[in-house]
Write a protein that binds this ligand. Structure first.
Ligand code: UD1
Length: 420
């Protein structure tokens, strides 16, 4: 199993090019099932989750060709209705195959995703919405088996009891080909929702309201091919910006969509970083500046993203004072905390909160990554710690960060992948 060996203490300095967003690429890859026509996707990050998604599309009958590292061509008819356990268990987002399969084929069998390291993560909202659109759904032998009576879903007024990103996306894709109008209320407003809507519109879907809490979709009979550019990854950008802040460095992130990272930039400014932005870049300067503590409460977009909570916890651990981080989206998303404590961070968990007492240094240790963003926080901690840190189980990291060691090395960080 691969590990990272990181020697800490070097400020990150230089330029980093941000990749396409994993969380936009996954639903957009799956929405290609809604047409047999050719779709070209650009700025697709080359990641483990994306490759899992490509394998899933291939199993379901699509032809997927890599035109270059970050460009995919996808075409052909979906012929198989079964998304098997072996793939779904490695990537929860595979649940988003349910909506497009059901909309295009009139039936679908998608393995129920198992438990997840960051909490129970049920899929009841996905199922409830599809039922409201007319699907007959049963749970048999670990699979969600769904059928649209007469082969086509119908529009519905759906209220999401809880804001769910992939739940909203699943229903948007299903509604695009349903008969009549669907209104999704209390919809997620994440930038990745807008990117999916943009791609669906290029395919001929009639969608309005994405980016607000009410999305309206007038179903159409057919969708067609398109060329779409995946939005830049706001969480990858945020992770490099936090790493630069924590290491007292100075970086320019290029290929950034500024409007999508405002909640992160605002907290970095409170942490005392000097920030300048342009059309598609952000420059962060933390040379010779003290890190100020920042309280964080995670919330659905446009609130502070839960996917940046672990990284900001490390930053706060190094700040000149005390702070509080509250996680409101997922239970059990503090598995990085015991590892950070082993590196000298002064952290105390109380329910869904972490009390943080700033300290001037962390020390290198052998630590274990437990999920994607927890891994990112351990890499940041390793980059600023005194001595050597070994981060085990970095396959989590490969799910969401493209060329991580190349990008960090280019910024002057000392990191290498070792196999054992
Ligand atoms: C997506 C992101 C993930 C991010 C999360 C929250 C993708 C591929 N993943 O995950 O990176 O951390 O949004 O921003 O886009 N819930 C239910 N029932 C459901 C669905 C969700 O109770 O049917 C709950 C979840 O347990 C959680 C909350 O709703 O407490 C939000 O989860 P959700 O937005 O669905 O997360 P994901 O879409 O899985």
């Amino acid at each position: 199993m691969d590990k990272f060996r990181i020697v800490g203490g070097k400020p990150l300095i230089g330029e980093v090019l941000i990749s396409g967003a994993k969380n936009a690429a996954l639903p957009i890859l799956l929405c290609t099932m809604l047409t047999k026509d050719k779709i070209i996707l650009k700025n697709v990050p080359n990641l483990r989750d994306v490759n899992t998604c490509i394998n899933l599309l291939k199993i379901l009958g699509k032809e997927v060709t890599k035109l270059d590292t970050n460009t995919l061509q996808i075409e052909g008819l979906v012929t198989n209705k079964v998304a098997p356990y072996d793939l779904v268990k490695t990537m929860r987002a595979s649940i988003m195959a349910l909506g497009p399969l059901l909309a295009f084929l009139g039936e679908a069998e998608v393995s129920l995703p198992g438990g997840c390291a960051i909490g129970a993560r049920p899929v009841d909202l996905h199922v409830k919405g599809l039922k409201e659109m007319g699907a007959d759904i049963s749970l048999t032998e670990g699979y969600i088996k769904a059928k649209a009576p007469n082969g086509r879903l119908h529009g519905a007024n759906i209220f999401m009891d809880k804001v769910s990103v992939t739940g909203t996306e699943n229903l948007m894709m299903a509604a695009a080909l349903a008969e009549g109008k669907t209104i999704i209320d209390n919809a997620a407003r994440e930038p990745e929702i807008i990117d999916l809507a943009d791609c669906l519109r290029l395919m001929g879907a009639k969608i309005t309201g994405d980016g607000s809490a009410t999305i309206e979709i007038e179903g159409v009979a057919n969708l067609h091919g398109c060329v779409h550019n995946i939005v830049p990854d706001r969480i990858e950008a945020g992770t490099y910006l936090v790493a630069a802040t924590a290491s007292h460095g100075k970086i320019i992130c290029k290929n950034v969509n500024i409007s999508t990272i405002e909640p992160i930039l605002s907290k970095l400014k409170s942490a005392n970083a000097l920030i300048e932005t342009g059309d598609d870049w952000v420059c962060l300067d933390m040379l010779d500046r003290e890190i100020h503590p920042v309280d964080i409460v995670t919330a659905p977009h446009p609130g502070f993203p839960t996917d940046m909570q672990a990284q900001f916890t490390v930053l706060n651990a190094l700040a000149s004072g005390n702070s509080l981080v509250v996680e409101t989206i997922f239970e059990n998303r503090f598995m990085h905390i015991p590892e950070l404590i082993r590196m000298g961070a002064k952290l105390k968990i109380d329910g869904n909160s972490v009390f943080i007492e700033g300290t001037s240094k962390l020390t290198g240790a052998q630590v274990m990554a437990t999920d994607l963003r927890a891994s990112a926080s351990l890499v940041i901690a390793g980059l600023v710690a005194q001595g050597t840190t070994i981060v085990d189980r970095i396959y989590h990291m490969d799910r969401g960060y493209e060329c991580i060691e190349e990008k960090i090395s280019k910024l002057g960080g000392i990191i290498e992948r070792i196999s054992s």
